[in-house]
Design a protein around this ligand. Structure first.
Ligand SMILES: [Zn+2]
Length: 279
């Protein structure tokens, strides 16, 4: 007799769920801010809760590296039955090391098996240190805006939603304004449409002056048209990464453009030097 299909289906479903939960846990360990409670389906899976490897920015390697889990599986606690959910609710250590240089990454997470939530209550290196390491490549291109960017990230890392969002939104808007300053010089530019537009519509109008991926996903940025006072702390923390990635995309493109121009200038110089030496 073969294995019942029902059993196989249940196994497959558990596996998919574990993968989804693990992706959420990884994202939370990587960039979740302290004391932000995240709902998660803990009841189902142990493997979901403890990822074997996580990709993290290593402040020592100065690059993203895989970190591996140092805590043996037998030391991990997971309630096998509902009676144990209260007993096992508590704070658990997460202990990882960089595969490049063995630098530790440690987190303390309050796992609530009764209410199915996780909450980071401590971490080393801090999210701020890891994120600002990642940010340092933007220092030059951002100029005076850089300190605001790193302040935004620092506040976010400590769970300060509205405060961090204010800084981030300001930088985003300034970058949009820079693109607008270039776009308005075009003879076909429709100024009145731009002035009437909400932020997400403005982004679409700036097609050709902003990264295409931002145009394609402009709808996300309708959140920026909301008054800062109508946003909750939690909403700000939730939207933080979307706006941050938007900023990074604009900056990545700027850096690429500058690099290309620098190469073109070098090559032009070189060619005229060679020509000079030939004549
Ligand atoms: Zn490292």
């Amino acid at each position: 007799m073969g294995i019942p299909t029902e059993y196989l289906e249940r196994q497959a479903k558990a596996h998919r769920l574990a993968a989804a939960i693990q992706a959420k846990v990884i994202e939370y360990l990587r960039e979740g801010s302290l004391y932000k409670q995240v709902p998660i389906e803990l009841a189902e899976t142990l493997e979901g809760l403890y990822p074997k490897t996580i990709l993290l920015y290593c402040v020592s390697c100065k690059a993203e590296r895989p970190y591996h889990d140092l805590i043996p599986i037998r030391q991990k606690r997971f309630p096998s039955d509902e009676n144990y959910t209260r007993l096992l609710t508590g704070t658990y250590p997460y202990d990882y090391a960089c595969t490049g240089c063995e630098l530790p990454f440690q987190c303390w997470v309050f796992v609530d098996f009764q209410n199915n939530t996780i909450e980071k209550i401590g971490q080393k290196p801090s999210v701020a240190d890891m994120l600002s390491g990642e940010l340092s490549k933007y220092r030059k291109i951002l100029g005076d805006k850089y300190s605001e960017f790193s302040r935004a990230v620092g506040l976010y890392a400590h769970g300060v939603g509205v405060g961090s969002f204010v800084y981030l939104r300001r930088i985003f808007e300034r970058l949009i304004n820079e693109a607008y300053d270039t776009a308005r010089k075009d003879s076909t530019w429709d100024e009145s449409a731009y002035q009437r537009a909400r932020m997400d519509e403005k982004i679409v109008l700036l097609k050709g002056y902003l990264p295409q991926v931002l145009i394609d996903n402009a709808g996300i940025y309708s959140i920026l048209s909301k008054g800062i006072h109508s946003l909750s702390e939690d909403e700000c923390l939730t939207y933080f990464n979307t706006v941050k990635v938007g900023i990074e995309l604009i900056l990545d493109e700027k850096i690429e453009r500058e690099e290309r121009q620098r190469k073109l200038a070098n090559v032009a110089n070189e060619i005229s030097r060679i020509k000079g030496s030939l004549s």
